[in-house]
Ligand binder design. Structure first.
Ligand code: SF4
Ligand code: SF4
Length: 496
């Protein structure tokens, strides 16, 4: 009996497993037909589908050209801009020295830099929650280099998308070898120049010129690093391309959690566009049951990530707005109002109202305001010098002459200014003498300087075994900082 029951349950389990497997395969069959379950840049065989986007045209594309040109000029000219003898921008991660808009952040200001970066990240998140991924299409260096540098060279040498496709399919003729070689030589040259520009942001333009003029024999490691970095840059823009945005970029992957139905994104107005249908110039579209989309695919052929925006918001969409321009041109041709594809939210399209603020946007705004207040306050309280005075470890007090006691101290001065300072100390309270031990302290620009000194105080000026001293730190007789520290005397002073 037990055996029969066991057999029954075994059969039942096998049947259940079979059912689940068959359901799963049915489900996956259904899903595989769905656009969301495949990458538009990968074929069924798992091979890369090369994207040949049509050169966009239109108002938004012209604005993008202006934005990109300004940012590219800023990038390439940036290392040459100096302020008070230092670079205007420097991101020296090796020595942890950063200059942003002429403001120097020394290693001691690292917390300020970290807080500023966190504020920037929160700002980007807030911006994304409200305005979607517009940063990617308009400001991201990947898109700017891809669409407005490398792709432009490609259009110039190989022609628009149709000619590029044809060239790609044809055999290796002299024309093809010549065009491809020229393109890749220019690509690598730009990559090399750009690698040098990025290096200039790390070590400064003067150092880059030093390395380049001295040659690879003097600086072999730097040259190898430059060649490798140029190679990576070249690989990304010559081969990896839109894959950075669609599969590698963490910001792109975060869109799924950052966007909601109120976020403004590049969106297709499905209510107005559907049911789509081919355009017949002889038929007045208003009188037909068709929607405004004439299914011309103009929005698809310009897309640099090879997606169809009519399928809805997708992770691959970098909000470059090329499809808006393309569709607007089509709408003009068929005498329909522009904006079938436009900046709008899912809610805006389905309900017709555009309220951009929601609970998340308000929460991020509050957080961003708090961070900005904190960073602003820390900036306002930031001083040019940071002083630390500590009693020499392991020492107490010494008798000094007949009526005085002395303590030994260690001084540390951080100079955050752009020049060196000769530093000296005075005892502000109580009356006493400071005797420097060793060389005078020269606080180097951006460096931490140390010194040792003796403080001598008359017995009559000591009220207890632990007296608080106030030191003044001076440079050229100008008080630059004050510091309080304790002075240790004999216990007998407490009984006075
Ligand atoms: S460009 Fe406009 S009309 Fe043409 S397919 Fe795209 S959405 Fe439809
Ligand atoms: S769907 Fe439109 S906005 Fe999105 S990447 Fe393609 S062309 Fe650009």
């Amino acid at each position: 009996m037990a055996k029969t029951i066991a057999k029954f349950f075994l059969k039942l389990s096998l049947y259940a497993i079979q059912l689940i497997i068959s359901n799963m395969s049915d489900e996956s069959k259904n899903k595989s037909s769905h656009f969301r379950d495949k990458l538009t840049t990968v074929s069924k065989e798992g091979k890369r589908v090369w994207v040949f986007p049509k050169k966009p045209k239109g108002k938004l594309y012209n604005y993008r050209k202006l934005v990109s040109a300004s940012l590219l000029i800023l990038l390439y000219v940036g290392p040459f801009i100096k302020y008070k003898g230092d670079p205007f921008f420097l991101l020296n991660v090796i020595e942890r020295k950063f200059i942003i808009f002429g403001v120097i952040f020394w290693p001691q200001d690292f917390h300020l830099l970290v807080l500023s970066i966190i504020s920037l990240l929160v700002f980007i998140i807030l911006f994304t929650v409200i305005f979607g991924r517009i940063f990617c299409g308009w400001v991201c260096p990947q898109t700017i280099f891809m669409e407005f540098v490398f792709r432009q060279i490609e259009y110039l040498i190989e022609g628009d998308y149709n000619k590029q496709k044809k060239l790609d399919r044809q055999d290796w003729t002299i024309e093809k070898v010549w065009k491809k070689s020229l393109k890749h030589i220019i690509f690598y040259t730009i990559s090399f120049i750009t690698a040098n520009t990025f290096l200039a942001y790390v070590i400064g333009i003067d150092e880059v010129f030093n390395i380049l003029s001295a040659g690879p024999v003097v600086y072999p490691a730097n040259f190898i690093a430059l060649i490798i970095f140029s190679g990576i840059f070249y690989f990304i823009f010559a081969f990896f391309r839109e894959q950075v945005c669609t599969i590698a970029c963490p910001y792109g992957r975060l869109q799924g959690v950052l966007l909601d139905e109120k976020s403004i994104v590049v969106a297709y107005d499905h209510k107005r566009g559907e049911p789509r249908g081919k355009h017949n110039p002889l038929e007045e579209r208003k009188k037909t049951t068709k929607g405004d989309c004439i299914d011309c695919s103009s929005c698809v052929v310009v897309c640099p990530t090879n997606i169809d925006i009519r399928n809805g918001t997708q992770l691959e969409c970098i909000n470059c707005t090329a499809c808006i321009d393309a569709c607007d041109a089509v709408m003009d041709r068929v005498n329909k109002p522009r904006g079938l594809i436009r900046f709008d939210s899912e809610k805006g399209i389905s309900e017709g109202n555009q309220t951009i603020f929601n609970a998340r946007a308000i929460a991020y705004s509050v957080l961003l305001t708090a961070l900005l207040v904190l960073v602003g306050t820390l900036f306002a309280l930031r001083t040019d010098f940071e002083t630390t005075i500590l009693r020499q470890r392991g020492t107490l007090f010494q008798e000094y002459g007949e009526d005085s006691y002395s303590n030994i101290y260690q001084l540390e001065v951080v100079n955050k200014t752009r020049k060196e300072h000769l530093v000296h100390l005075k005892l502000i309270h109580p009356e006493g003498e400071v005797i420097m031990m060793g060389d005078p302290i020269i606080a180097e620009k951006g460096e931490v300087s140390n010194g040792t000194f003796l403080t001598v105080i008359k017995l009559s000026n000591l009220k207890s075994s632990n007296t608080t001293l106030t030191f003044g730190i001076y440079s050229d007789d100008k008080l630059i900082d004050e510091y309080k520290v304790s002075f240790v005397g004999p216990n007998s002073l407490d009984k006075k």
